[in-house]
Design a protein around this ligand. Structure first.
Ligand code: MN
Length: 388
C-alpha cells in the first residue's frame, strides 16, 4: 500500500484577521497546527511546529515513536522561543500529525485539532480532543450536543510550547486501500458536524475539490475561526521512494496562509414598506377596556419574570476560561445562542486552564452557579500554587 493523493488547504475564515493555523503535507508525513497567543505569537508557534515536521527528527524509530519525537522537538523549540522572547511568552499551538508506514498510519496529537478516517462511507474520529468541553463531556457534565455549541468549546487543556514537558497522545491505526484520512483544525469542526464533513468528502470527485468544499462550507456557516484541512488517501501498490520518510525532500514553504476570503455579502437594499391598511376603529366600549387591562396585566407579568430572571443571572457566577485559555469568572449562565450571550466576564486570572491537572480542572470547571466571592475563592489556591 502507498499514499495515493494528498492535499492541504488553509484559510483565515471570515472573522479573524490573521491565520494562526499551519499545515504540512509531505507524504508520508502530514500535520495540522493551530496556534494561540496574542499579537503574532499564535502564528509563530504553529509555524515553528510545522518547521519541526519539515526536517523530521528521530530516524530509526518506529513510526509512532518517530511522530512523538518530532512533536517533542516542536515543543522544545516553541517553549525555548516563548521563554526567551517576552513578546511571545505564553504562546502555544495544537498539533495533530499522521505518518504512513507499511500498512499502518501512526497518529500523534496534542490539543483539539482532529484526525478522522473515512472508510466505506463512514467517518470515524480517531483523536480525542484535549479541551475543556471534552473534559466536561467525559465527566458527564455536558452532552456531546451541548459541547458542540458551548461558548468555551475552543479552550484547550493541552498545548505545545506552554510547558517544558508535554504529554503526547499517539496510536496506530490500520490502513486499507481507499481509506481517506483528514487532519483539521477546530475552525472546520466547530462550523461543520461530522455528517456534513462526510457528505462533502464522499461526494467530491477528488481530494483537492473536497478540501476546497470543506473550507467553503465552513465559511458559509460563519467561518468564525481559521480553517485548515489536510487530506490523504491510501492506494494499492508499492510505496515509491518519495513515500518513505528517509527519502523525504524538504519541500518549499507548505504553510500557505493564502487569503481566500469570501466577498462580504452585498448590503441588502431596504424594501419599501407597504402602507398600513386603514384600520377601522371599533366603537369604544367595555370590551376594549377589558382587553386593554388584560394586555397591561400580561405585560406587567412578563416584565416581572424578566426582572426576576435578570436578578437571578446577576447573582449567578461560574468558573470558565476565555478564548486565550485564561481562567475566568463569569456572571450569568454558560449559554449562548441566537446571537445572545447569557454571561459576561467579571474576573480574568493570569492562570491558564492548561496549567491545571485534569483533576483540578474537573473540580474547578464544574459549571456550578455560585456567588462571585465563592467563584474567586475557588480559583485563588490554584493561582497561589501556579505562581513561581
Ligand atoms: Mn482554531
Amino acid at each position: 500500500m502507498k499514499v495515493g493523493r494528498s492535499t492541504g488547504l488553509t484559510d483565515p475564515g471570515r472573522v479573524r484577521r490573521r491565520n494562526e493555523d499551519a499545515f504540512v503535507c509531505s507524504p508520508p508525513l502530514f500535520a495540522v497546527a493551530d496556534g494561540m497567543g496574542g499579537a503574532q505569537a499564535g502564528e509563530i508557534a504553529s509555524r515553528i511546529a510545522a518547521g519541526a515536521f519539515r526536517e523530521p527528527s528521530g530516524s530509526g524509530l518506529d513510526p509512532q515513536a518517530r511522530l512523538r519525537s518530532i512533536i517533542q522537538e516542536a515543543n522544545r523549540r516553541i517553549y525555548a522561543r516563548a521563554t526567551g522572547d517576552p513578546t511571545v511568552s505564553g504562546m502555544g499551538t495544537t498539533v495533530t500529525a499522521a505518518l504512513f508506514a507499511g500498512n499502518d498510519v501512526a497518529v500523534g496529537h496534542v490539543g483539539d485539532s482532529r484526525a478522522y478516517r473515512i472508510r466505506d462511507g463512514d467517518l470515524e474520529q480517531l483523536t480525542h480532543d484535549h479541551s475543556l468541553v471534552a473534559d466536561l463531556v467525559r465527566s458527564g457534565r455536558l452532552t456531546p450536543e451541548e459541547a458542540e455549541i458551548h461558548p468555551q468549546r475552543s479552550v484547550i487543556t493541552r498545548a505545545l510550547g506552554t510547558d517544558a514537558a508535554v504529554s503526547v497522545d499517539s496510536f496506530i491505526v490500520e490502513g486499507r486501500p481507499n481509506d481517506v484520512f483528514l487532519l483539521c483544525s477546530d475552525g472546520l469542526t466547530t462550523m461543520l458536524d461530522d455528517a456534513a464533513v462526510l457528505e462533502v468528502v464522499s461526494t467530491a470527485p477528488d481530494l483537492e475539490t473536497a478540501a476546497r468544499a470543506l473550507v467553503q462550507q465552513a465559511n458559509r456557516k460563519g467561518g468564525e475561526d481559521n480553517i485548515t484541512v489536510v487530506l490523504f488517501s491510501l492506494d494499492e501498490g508499492e510505496p515509491g521512494e518519495e513515500d518513505t520518510l528517509s527519502g523525504l525532500e524538504v519541500p518549499p514553504a507548505v504553510i500557505a496562509p493564502a487569503p481566500l476570503r469570501a466577498a462580504p455579502p452585498a448590503a441588502a437594499t431596504p424594501r419599501p414598506r407597504p402602507r398600513p391598511a386603514a384600520t377601522r376603529t371599533p366603537p369604544p366600549g367595555r370590551g376594549v377596556s377589558r382587553a386593554l387591562l388584560l394586555v397591561v396585566v400580561v405585560l406587567v407579568l412578563f416584565a416581572g419574570i424578566a426582572a426576576l430572571a435578570l436578578w437571578g443571572l446577576s447573582r449567578a457566577h461560574f468558573v470558565g476560561a476565555g478564548e486565550d485559555g485564561r481562567v475566568t469568572v463569569y456572571q450569568g449562565v454558560p449559554w449562548e445562542g441566537l446571537g445572545v450571550k447569557l454571561y459576561r466576564e467579571v474576573y480574568v486570572s493570569a492562570l491558564l486552564a492548561l496549567q491545571l491537572s485534569p483533576e483540578e480542572r474537573q473540580e474547578l470547571f464544574d459549571h456550578e452557579l455560585v456567588g462571585e466571592g465563592e467563584a474567586r475563592a475557588r480559583i485563588a489556591p490554584y493561582e497561589e500554587q501556579a505562581r513561581p
